[in-house]
Ligand binder design. Sequence first.
Ligand code: MEV
Length: 329
Amino acid sequence: MTEGKASAPAKVILFGEHFVVYGKPAILASIDKRISVKARIRRDEDDDTIAIRSDIGVAGQYCNGGEFRMVEGGSEAKAVLDPLYYAIKRVLATRNKNMGIEIDICSKVPPAIGLGSSAASCVATIAAVDSLFKRNPSKQNVCKLAIEAESCIHKRTSGADCYVSTFGGLINYDSMSKAFKKLETGGSISLVVASTGVNHSTGHLVAGVKRFRERNQILFESLAKRASDICLEASIALTAGNYEKIGKLMDENQIILQEIGVSHYKADELVEICSKAGALGAKITGAGGGGSIIALAKDKEQGTKIASTIRAAGYQSFEVGIDNNGLVT
Ligand code: MEV
């Protein structure tokens, strides 16, 4: 096989971001926005260059055993591409191969706004490269390698983003045991994403929370306990289809995220816009510090209205559905 293909979905975190890094649970959903990757073996057998190009405007080559040459994307390119290079090398090592590979990434997910584009890119890249050597690579192995590769960006990754991108659906993630349970919702859930337009670095935000925790140990423990209880209550409410309750829990989770310093004035403004537009609840999703917020609408019609109210206020916004497939090869 000379071309491998795979795609993996982006995600939203409904509850538990940041605290999931410290062993607490989180509820996440993969969404119907995908990253698709094509992998090809380079024709010249003596050329072991790994070339990666993404349509988000980033491209680079790793030559002579890892020397980076930026092709597009300026100083950001290396940080975006390093985890992918690491992932590709790991796949080749596990298959006992040393060869040049070309990667083309097509993304329907805006980067650096909390929707898990880097995890989805890692998952899809690993699966696309592995499928050059083996049909239908094991999801467990892909997820494990993706978490390793993500650790290049931030060492303390909980693995939650990689899990939901690989396995898909609405999941309750247990970061202690690195296991997850799929949640069935009573009814369909209408979610709206709004972007602050402020890009963030997950690594920096996770490091900021670590500092907050060191300085405010008792407060952090009590906030973490409440965030964990919120996840538990939200699991029950989701299964029962009690969306009023889920909305209230989202609002409460947002206050906790504000307290640990990961919200942003634009995120707070968006949450307020959503609330005034009748959303059942709204909060940042993912690392915060800008990034995106999610709002829960009572139905599809209200979701469409909330998204257009947000756009009228000058922000990017779209409705998202839950993806149930996860990684596809
Ligand atoms: C980032 O999408 C989610 C965080 O909780 C970090 C992590 O889980 O690794 C902020």
